[in-house]
Ligand binder design. Structure first.
Ligand code: MEV
Length: 439
């Protein structure tokens, strides 16, 4: 069968599914049944989801869990987390409980500036371009007023525009580099609209600028787009307590624990192979909240990792120290988030998640998300430097294997009993169940 298809987007959902089923599946009926099994019986709700993207054929579930008992700046939160990886929500909850009895998490918004750029080519005298920019700058602001009016009323808008000479990097390459405050919205639409307007103004004003030669008048705009690198949109989250207060069941010697914990962080600070995994653990917490609250996790991921490499070498996002008997652990991350606009008012579970967080402002959400990242990192490092990660992981993994094998309650009990004293492995559990079933 020819697996190329023309006009696919114009087919109805039913037709799309039929085509896919017959093109790719040995049992087309089963494929269709499975896809439809995941449709929501509430047609209105299904239509809403269908229309989020294009060529929708079904829904793809990711569990929504909650991590309660997060004490952040003296207020308790239950944090919604959408994530498919086992252990993450459990780890967050454990960290939350641990730190709630040790003063909780403290957070600070360092700044909230967003960035966008008009990338263009100019072939000519740079000093004339600089003069042109200085004389036209006010127009960039006044002629975007219809776009910025509402944002200004909410306290945001365009903060500044500068001309950047990038010709050292690429021939004829210049930028309009603009900074924005977008209050409670992530601001992508607002920023991109402003930038496209800047690009128009740039081109039309250059055409009539008397000092430019004909060639200089022909400014070529390559593209106008926000940057997901937001190194001036930073939140800090931290925990601290006297070293001896770190003691608990799995931490019989808090001094040794604190030292090893700090060493683990120092390793991630100097060793990129470890830093990537260390930061991945932080992103387990961050992404889960980002997803549950309808924010763009790809944007956040891209920006966070760029920030982790800002020194020129990829490094840990979190840091730890012991000073005068006090253990401190903190991270600073760039988070451009929104609690209005986008998916936040469209996706019913996003709305629910935001309500669970008591409808936070974007700044409050930045704090909550950063705390989820720090909590996750704390839980991972605590396991890694004490019992090892597999202990907890395999307990959760065991449950997934049992679900896969559709184990009965009796089988589950027998497995739990047996694997208390044996190392859990996928094949070990499968063999054990097979043996029971044979008997
Ligand atoms: C697993 O998803 C995350 C960890 O690997 C993070 C870490 O190693 O710090 C446990």
């Amino acid at each position: 069968m020819n697996k190329a298809v023309a006009g696919f987007s114009k087919l109805s959902k039913e037709e799309k599914i039929n085509w896919i089923a017959s093109a790719y599946f040995s049992n087309p009926e089963n494929a269709i049944l499975l896809l439809k099994k995941y449709w929501n019986s509430d047609e209105k709700l299904q239509k809403l989801h269908d229309e989020f993207i294009e060529n929708t054929i079904s829904n793809f579930y990711i569990p929504l869990g909650v991590a309660p008992n997060f004490l952040i700046n003296d207020k308790y939160y239950t944090i919604p987390m959408a994530i498919e990886e086992s252990s993450v929500v459990a780890a967050a909850s454990k960290s939350a409980k641990f730190w709630a009895s040790r003063g909780g998490f403290k957070t600070t918004i360092i700044n909230t500036e967003k960035i966008g750029q008009v990338h263009f080519l100019y072939k000519g005298d740079v000093s004339k371009l600089e003069l042109f920019f200085a004389q036209t700058k006010a127009k960039f602001l006044s002629e975007t007023e219809s776009i910025t009016k509402n944002m200004k009323q909410r306290g945001g808008g365009i903060l500044n525009i500068t001309l950047e000479d990038k010709t050292q990097l690429l021939d004829h390459y210049f930028q309009l580099h603009a900074t924005f405050e977008t209050i409670d919205s992530m601001g992508a639409n607002f920023i991109n609209s402003c930038l496209e307007q800047f690009a128009k103004i740039l081109k039309t004003e250059a055409q009539v600028y008397e000092l430019f030669t004909e060639e200089e008048k022909n400014i070529e705009v390559v593209m106008s787009i926000l940057s997901n690198y937001v190194p001036n949109c930073i939140v800090r989250a931290e925990v601290s307590c006297p070293v001896e207060e770190l003691a608990e069941k799995h931490i019989p010697n808090p001094e040794v624990f604190a030292q090893r914990f700090v060493q683990a962080v120092q390793i991630a600070e100097v060793e990129p192979f470890r830093a990537v995994t260390h930061n991945k653990g932080i992103m387990n917490g961050i992404d889960a909240v980002i997803l549950a609250t309808g924010n763009d996790f790809r944007a956040v991921e891209a920006g966070v990792h760029a920030y982790a490499a800002k020194s020129g070498k990829y490094s840990s996002l979190s840091h730890a120290k012991i000073e005068n008997g006090i253990f401190s652990f903190w991270l600073e991350v760039p988070l451009a988030l929104g609690t209005v606009g986008g998916l936040t008012s469209l996706h019913p579970l996003v709305k629910l998640s935001l309500e669970m967080l008591e409808n936070p402002s974007a700044k409050e959400l930045m704090k909550i998300v950063a705390v989820a990242g720090l909590a996750q990192n704390f839980a991972a490092l605590r396991s890694l430097t004490t019992t090892g990660i597999q202990d907890g992981h395999m307990k959760m993994h065991l449950n997934n294997i049992l679900n896969q094998l559709e184990a009965t309650t009796e089988e589950r009990d027998a497995v739990q009993k047996h694997f208390k004293n044996h190392v859990v492995s996928h094949s070990g559990v499968v063999n054990f169940i097979e043996d029971i079933r044979k008997k």
